[in-house]
Ligand binder design. Sequence first.
Ligand code: GLA
Length: 689
Amino acid sequence: MRNWHGERIWYGADYNPEQWPEETWAEDVELMRRAGVNLVSVGIFSWALLEPAPGRFEFDWLDRSLDLLHDGGISVDLATATASPPPWLAHRHPETLPRRADGTVLWPGGRQAYCPSSPVFRERSLALVEAVAGRYADHPAVVMWHVSNELGCHNVHCYCDVSADAFRRWLRERYGDLDALNAAWGTAFWSQRYHDWAEVNPPRTAPTFANPTQQLDFLRFSSDEQRAQLRAERDLLTRLTTQPVTTNFMIGTGIKYLDYHSWAADVDVVANDHYLTAADPQPQVNLALAADHTRGVAGGGPWLLMEHSTSAVNWQPRNVAKTPGQLRRNSLAHVARGADGVLFFQWRASRAGAEKFHSALVPHAGPETKVFREVCRLGADLAALAEVRGSRVDADVAILFDYEAWWGAELDSHPSVDVTYADRLTALHGALWRAGVTADVVHPSADLSHYRLVLAPTLYLVRDADADALRRYVEAGGTALVTYFSGIVDEHDHIRLGGYPGAFRDLLGVRTEEFFPLRAGESVRLDDGTTADVWTEWLHTEGAEILASYADGPLPGVPALTRHAVGAGAAWYLGTRLDQPATDRLVARLLAEAGARPAATAPEGVEVVRRRSADRSWLFVINHTGAEARLAVTGAELLAGGWCDGELVVPAGEVAVVRETSGGAGDRALPSGPPDAGAPAVHRTTDAV
Ligand code: GLA
């Protein structure tokens, strides 16, 4: 892995100088310096300008832009510029255009209109990478390479004939022969047996439900095809250059079809893009989930926030602006959760094009604005936090996450459309967030041994090895919770027979003989007074103790929540969808049993996360509420400066980061700077607005 750490936390944005007259560029650099920006991603959508005709390259404008940035002390994350092909590619090679499942061609005019399996696209894009890398490998501004952009954002599934051929090759590689494919796809059903590879196709629009394993394999194939583009560009960059290589992932509950756990090893820097959902009244909780998941993908180490927004986006139905201070809270929450860089889309708000209503660091109204003042304040904050670079986030809890389980759980023709993968994931993670407990979101094959508690929400598809690993974790003294619709199928989406939840039946000491999903809007009561909806199941205990049963609904008296002592640990099973207060209470019980504690005791709505290095720890406190918060903390506060001696006061909407001396830092006595004559650790109010 190539080292990507600078002297400071990286701070910046996508920068698209080609959208502006050259007179603007000097002002851009001047404003970047004023804001404390030190890294910009350049050239992401520049292919059509860099290569106006096949094989004819024009780099003069990019030379001048990079030189100017370098003279201004701004480093560059240089794009390979392959994100969106120029119009000439489709004009000369219409076969490079992607097709939907119903055959609809996706034409140029937006972006990313290429078939991911197209050999023509691959060849032309690598020729561009070679030209760009060859020209700028030694440019002093370039500190990082940015492959493509959000690979698979718009073109992840292509059903054209070129893709069909590639899918067949991928299947031959996976199965070897047609007998194995027929067995895996269960083609004895509905007269689907294949006798010739040429008969096999992607799951194109069909009269009724397509074969589920065919669908699942097509999703795997499609993720692998995008990954292949990443790897091809990465290989070339590795050969021609010395700087670290990245690409921006889209880890979050909105992007389903790219298996980032399998991509992480292909990059030197795990980088992520995250945007708030404007309709979500508590978007900071979903932000935390995306950050915790990105850290899980990064193996627990630092990662880079490649894009988020200073305020509103343009692509949701109602694009809500960020309230004063929200930009800062969002950015520092990512840093708290392991980001060693904070970048945005984009530097200057566009005048033209589909994203002209997207916020930026420099808004249409210019720098005399709330947004630019907050951008400058954040630059100062990140400079003050330079010492946290490279530290890791404390997490006693793991949440298991598998893209294949997500894909499988949400295939069609299932017991209930109300069972969605993100639902229990967000419910359990949200309960931890409210409890002030940080979780790593990790693949089921990750090393679980150092976690006190492991949660497995909706792990519908699970491999034997991963189910065994969870059992060994519990036997060794761990506490685990598995929720309904987990362990149901193997990697071929074949039911694990003998009763649900198949792979976890023995571990949990339960056996379910039949699912009893509820009607829309229906709910049930449990005998502990809580309510639940969506799902119930006819469950028998086989060794587990019953903690709660249904009081009404289709299965009165049947267990809904159980606990099974196994080895030195315990495995809990939840067979229904508890409401939020009951989910919070369940998580509190699990935390108590497992001995997992919050980063600090904080009022409701105040986010607390701890980062730790070999000899120091830092407590991040993000006050999302409208009231002042007081916490018992001792140490040096880094953002406003000052010493807090036993009590930290964080005004409404503000953020504090304390280099701790003891207490929350655990058993280790940590060195600290001398207390600075009792300066109060009270923070600036939001002077940015
Ligand atoms: C993505 C893309 C950017 C831009 C933003 C807008 O993250 O990578 O190019 O389109 O969305 O939010």
